[in-house]
Design a protein around this ligand. Structure first.
Ligand code: SF4
Length: 487
């Protein structure tokens, strides 16, 4: 078994408050929270976590353990940031995320966008707690992302909407939504290695990310278990990696590898070098990419000279070039607010080092599904020399009905944006076909019935596993269908 991924320099590792699902007990008046909650403490302002000076005189934490300050060591108080944190708070799942929300959310926030109705802070936190209970993804955010959010109006913030579920905005799933919409597990000849296209494979060395997106394609495997999903195991073990790499090497027709996860930001620098050099040494492999959302959610790491991740990527990229091969970083910005002077400096460092960076955006309702936002995102990426590679129709995964748009939205955006920016900076607007047909241009449908919301595609180049002549269908969200449209 390999040591778990690198800790040093990865934001968000400060204090994993909740990691063992279902193992919590009711403690005092704190209700049981049945989901993994955030890893948000690292780098937070002290005032956020030092919300209580209370000392618990006695606290029953287990039938055989009665806490008192005399018989139980409050060891966490040695950390200055937590010197005022009580035992009750320290053992609570609520402490990190909910303590943070209590500190940053105003007493009242707008419930609707017009601000005609308000929601209290405690109602909002209850809404989050109910959302976490229903979500398929665990919660994790970095200090960078938390600080890019407009906390005066968190219900409508386009960044928070991606990472924190609110029960009041969630919608019943379309019956065709599944956990593994792209049928990755069916297309995996070895565990954690998806081989769908003839010349390309997707290697999933890990299952963790610096942030967890509520709409993750890989909801079946990424992150910790939630109340609704027991995740498939993609643990980073040398044995599993060896099996995947041996398979890649054994396929003469395989020329292109995506090293993803999870997120390759969670591979330590030695693993980046090991995997990179192994791929460079394979005669059949012509190019590969590291997929990481890190540039969008924790860009400071790129600039941190004490951290070796980026220098490992740069070294691998240069070594690959000398071998006549191409290496790129594929990242994942969804909204212009995710760009800042820190991400600009990080992008410039990568640009100067000759690392190709491409971006893959997911089209999300209430986040980037309007012309102004999507145009600003594409231009912002281009100005940072990040190539806007793909805009994806949101996959048909469970619990994301409120984030999906009808196909017509992506068609309209593509039509309006094309011509407004140089062609080589124009992303491809695509649907990753449910059922494992691979990516197709959204506009290349065989048919699109706007009444039923069903679009049909074929994928002639994707064959095997009974895929010849197969027709793939994408289903618009139920509430967008004409019969359900508000009059
Ligand atoms: S970063 Fe990628 S793999 Fe990780 S949760 Fe988000 S979409 Fe999923």
């Amino acid at each position: 078994m390999l040591p778990m991924i690198a800790r040093r320099g990865v934001p968000g590792h400060g204090a994993r408050v909740a990691s063992q699902l279902g193992s919590s007990r009711a403690v005092g008046s704190i209700p049981r929270l049945q989901a993994q909650v955030a890893d948000v403490s690292n780098g937070l302002d002290q005032s956020v976590l030092s919300t209580s000076a209370r000392r618990d005189e006695t606290l029953t934490v287990h039938p055989v353990v009665n806490f008192t300050p005399q018989n139980c060591d409050e060891f966490w108080r040695k950390v200055p940031l937590w010197e005022k944190v009580s035992a009750r708070e320290f053992i609570s799942y609520r402490w990190s995320l909910y303590g943070f929300l209590e500190a940053v959310v105003p007493e009242e926030i707008p419930y609707d966008e017009a601000g005609t109705r308000m929601q209290t802070r405690s109602e909002y936190i209850q809404d989050v707690e109910d959302g976490i209970t229903a979500a398929t993804m665990a919660i994790r955010m970095t200090p960078y992302i938390l600080s890019r959010i407009n906390w005066r109006d968190p219900r409508h913030d386009p960044i928070l909407r991606q990472f924190l579920p609110l029960k009041s905005v969630m919608m019943p799933d379309h019956p065709k939504l599944t956990l593994d919409s792209l049928h990755e597990e069916e297309d995996s000849p070895v565990q954690g290695l998806v081989h769908r296209y003839p010349d390309k494979a997707l290697f999933l060395p890990t299952s963790v990310c610096p942030t967890y997106c509520m709409f993750c394609t890989r909801s079946y495997a990424v992150g910790a278990n939630t109340e609704t999903v027991t995740k498939a195991s993609l643990r980073p073990t040398r044995r599993r990696w060896e099996a995947a790499l041996a398979y890649i090497e054994s396929q003469p027709g395989l020329h292109d590898v995506v090293v993803s996860g999870g997120d390759s930001y969670y591979l330590n620098p030695e693993h980046i070098r090991d995997i990179g050099e192994r791929l460079i040494g394979m005669p059949n492999i012509r190019r590969f990419r590291f997929a990481s959302k890190g540039l969008a959610v924790a860009p400071g790491r790129v600039l941190d000279e004490s951290d070796g991740w980026v220098s490992a990527v740069i070294d691998v990229s240069n070594k690959a070039k000398r071998a006549g091969k191409a290496v790129a970083w594929h990242t994942h910005f969804n909204h212009p607010n995710e760009l800042s002077w820190i991400s600009s400096a990080a992008s410039q460092k990568l640009f100067e080092a000759g690392v190709m960076v491409r971006n893959q955006t997911v089209l999300l309702r209430g986040v980037n599904d309007d012309l102004k936002t999507m145009s600003a995102l594409i231009r912002g990426l281009a100005d940072n020399n990040i190539f806007p590679y793909y805009v994806y129709q949101c996959d048909m995964v469970k619990s994301v009905e409120h984030l999906r748009t009808p196909l017509q939205t992506i068609l309209d955006l593509e039509a309006k944006i094309r011509g407004s920016i140089a062609g080589f900076m124009m992303p491809q607007f695509v649907v990753d076909l449910p059922g494992g047909g691979g990516k197709r241009l959204a506009c290349s449908f065989e048919s699109y019935d706007r009444t039923t919301g069903i679009s049909k595609y074929t994928a002639p180049a994707v064959t095997g596993r009974n895929k010849e002549n197969r027709v793939y269908e994408y289903y618009d969200p139920i509430d967008s269908l004409p019969k359900n449209a508000a009059t």
